[in-house]
Design a protein around this ligand. Structure first.
Ligand code: MRU
Length: 344
């Protein structure tokens, strides 16, 4: 296998390593991945996460199993187990189905499967670069940008989706500043986005999720950029819980709101947001917090909890979706232009 390197995943000397994102930002612990069951747990526990990176992690795991000599039947079984590891981010299903096609083909070889997984890695880097260029064109000198969750190099194998746009604008010298939503319950913003912006040198300020309306009302936010875990054909999309609230506020205060995603996040089987499955997670994530410091519970230990990991934002309240092929404005989404991508 080729040696490959990204912020959250590495292939080195035919071994696969995942940066444990649950320990960031205070500990950079690279996990050497054992077998596919190990990877299933790594994905379930969000040690690797972010829609595109979940897909590439699962794909590279299958490539590693192929390299180790697994036959077609074994690879098929592993692929199906990996495909189930998280339900909302469609990039996982799309990459697994792409690899299953190779496995099921009569001319299947392990080399072909490894090549396909490596192609998906290279493609993700390029998709991120393109989204970065298209999205940065929407940013003005001196903008204060609100960002939710984490969508950078820790969520993809390139520079990221929404955070890639921000990084690109920063490198273009646009003098931007980012308000980082901490993103309860797992704090992907306060832990991971802050860590990435620190590394890249983009000025930022962390805020609690419930401070957004206040900041917007004071005119302190000029644009919002977020990522997505699954986009329906009509333009509705799922993203980290809290996104729908941010979008509703941005709509109310007339602040441009964009979601940024590669075409691999569009689900051609899904007509609108009502068809997107929402992952429900462990109640302890809301009862307390966990990280490099261990685990704390601050609520009553048996408190009732509701913990959906994602919510659905309607295309009707956003300014548009920045794809690798360019901006799809709200009007274009309402005119069914996303569907056309799959009809051509
Ligand atoms: O539960 P997570 O951390 O995997 O959720 C991640 C998000 O919601 C991101 O915003 C999304 O994957 C966009 S990724 C570039």
């Amino acid at each position: 296998m080729k040696n490959l390197e990204s912020r959250g995943l590495r292939v080195q000397d035919n071994q696969l390593y995942i940066l444990d994102q649950t320990k960031l930002p205070h500990e950079e612990d690279w996990i050497k991945v054992g077998d596919y069951l190990h990877m299933v747990n790594i994905i379930k526990e969000l040690k690797t996460r972010g829609a595109p990176l979940i897909g590439i992690s699962a794909g590279m795991m299958l490539a590693l199993s192929a390299h180790r000599g697994a036959d077609g039947a074994q690879l098929e079984m592993e692929a199906l187990a990996l495909r189930e590891s998280r339900p909302t981010a469609v990039n996982l299903m799309i990459i697994i189905d792409r690899l299953l096609k190779v496995i099921r083909d009569s001319s299947f070889t392990c080399t072909k499967l490894i090549e396909e997984a490596e192609n998906a890695f290279a493609e993700d880097v390029e998709l991120c670069r393109k989204m970065g260029e298209h999205g940065a064109a929407l940013i003005n000198e001196g903008d204060n940008i609100l960002h939710h969750c984490n969508t950078g190099g820790l969520a993809t194998v390139g520079i990221g989706t929404a955070l890639g746009v921000i990084e690109t604008a920063h490198h273009q010298g646009k003098n931007i500043h980012v308000y980082v939503d901490e993103t309860r319950p797992l704090l992907q913003g306060g832990r991971l986005t802050a860590y990435e912006l620190d590394k890249v040198g983009v000025p930022y300020t962390i805020i609690c999720d419930n401070m957004v309306a206040h900041l917007m009302s004071l005119g302190k936010i000029q644009k919002v950029f977020v990522g997505s875990d699954r986009i329906a054909l009509n333009g509705d999309f799922a993203n980290k819980i809290g996104t729908q609230g941010v979008a509703t506020l941005a709509h109310h205060f007339k602040i441009p709101f964009y979601t940024v995603a590669p075409y691999t996040t569009i689900d051609p089987e899904c007509e609108d947001g009502s068809g997107i499955p929402i992952e429900q997670r462990n109640p302890d994530e809301v009862r307390g917090a966990a990280g490099h410091f261990g685990k704390v519970i601050w609520s009553p230990t048996n408190a009732n909890v509701y913990n959906p990991a994602f919510d659905i934002t309607s295309r009707d309240i956003i300014s548009g979706i920045v794809l690798d092929r360019g901006l799809y404005s709200r009007k274009m989404l309402q005119d069914g232009k996303l569907k056309e991508i799959f009809n051509t």
